[in-house]
Design a protein around this ligand. Structure first.
Ligand code: ATP
Length: 296
């Protein structure tokens, strides 16, 4: 009878691998991506240690097409200096998610290159890239485990103090202190249910635990209620400090203070500038802005 259990053992998964697979899946699902089969180049290197806050991120003539008919991205260029926030906006299908997947190197461009601190991502060891670039996805998936495990799995070697700090920086401190067993409280289907705002904070805490130089925020399409949304935006403003941030924004109200806004349409950059500059231009962005402010 013991033989029955053999196949399970043969799968050889341990808990950490399952959790890692879970994170990967979360990223895949939230980006509607296929599993990347990207491997390190033989001469791949670590990103050099940074002297400055954040990293320099650049898209240089990046073209990516999913297939012959898709628009994907066409010759997209922009430069995000260290410590700045770049918002990527545009109508549905403009290529925003494609840009995020390229920045995370879930896919490689067919033409052009994506660089961090001047290094082509294809030349960077993926382990190094994962430590430097973190994503806060649209929908944060939780699993049946403690609050601690739900945050801590983002960096298995983190100390309890580091997990606690990430939770506090994501402003979950008071929430956790109010739980029956604090960080040891179970969450997920068989435990505590978290609100939309709390889930987003767990996503922020996970990303912060990795202490990335580049933070990618894939803003949820549907807004939380007004007050929660405002509180989350305030937290995000704080965590953006000292990092280079790329935000895929659906609600333009969340990115009026971005250092630059890159407007995509059908895979191309059609406008670029600050909120004020783009309103002044009275073009694509101004039209999107008018449409959204009218809706509210
Ligand atoms: P949304 O705001 O709706 O999420 P988006 O700006 O993120 O849209 P992308 O998802 O990057 O847009 O898609 C850009 C283009 O690439 C679209 O024309 C889309 O149809 C196409 N596309 C995206 N994923 C695939 C895929 N897996 N296979 C084929 N075409 C795809």
């Amino acid at each position: 009878l013991t033989g029955i259990y053999q196949p399970l053992n043969m799968l050889g998964f341990n808990y950490r691998e399952i959790r890692q697979a879970f994170i990967d899946m979360e990223q895949m699902v939230s980006l509607a991506a296929l599993k990347p089969d990207i491997v390190d180049a033989p001469d791949a290197q670590d990103l050099p240690p940074s002297e400055v806050h954040g990293a320099d991120v650049a898209f240089e003539g990046v073209t990516f097409q999913h297939d012959a008919r898709s628009t994907g991205l066409r010759e997209v260029s922009f430069h995000a200096p260290p410590g700045t926030t770049t918002a990527i906006v545009g109508p549905s299908g403009a290529g925003k998610t494609t840009a995020v997947r390229l920045a995370l190197r879930l896919i490689d461009p067919q033409e052009g290159r994506v660089t961090i601190d001047g290094m082509d991502l294809r030349q960077v060891k993926q382990a190094s890239l994962r430590r430097s670039v973190a994503l806060v996805p649209q929908d944060v998936a939780l699993f049946n485990d403690t609050v601690y495990a739900n945050i801590g799995f983002a960096r298995p070697d983190a100390t309890p103090e580091e997990v606690r700090k990430a939770a506090e920086d994501a402003e979950l401190g008071a929430f956790i202190d109010g739980l029956p067993n604090g960080m040891s409280t179970m969450v997920g289907e068989r435990g505590l249910k978290l609100s939309g705002g709390e889930r987003q904070r767990v996503g922020i805490a996970r990303a912060l635990l990795a202490n990335p130089r580049v933070l990618i925020l894939d803003e949820a399409t549907s807004a939380l209620d007004g007050r929660t949304e405002e509180a989350i935006q305030a937290t995000l403003r704080k965590v953006r400090a000292g990092r280079t941030t790329l935000v895929v924004a659906h609600r333009l109200s969340t990115i009026v203070d971005a250092d630059q806004i890159v407007v995509l349409r059908r895979g191309r950059v059609v406008e670029r500038g600050t909120h004020a500059e783009l309103l002044e231009k009275a073009g694509e962005y101004a039209a999107l802005w008018r449409r959204q402010t009218r809706e509210h």
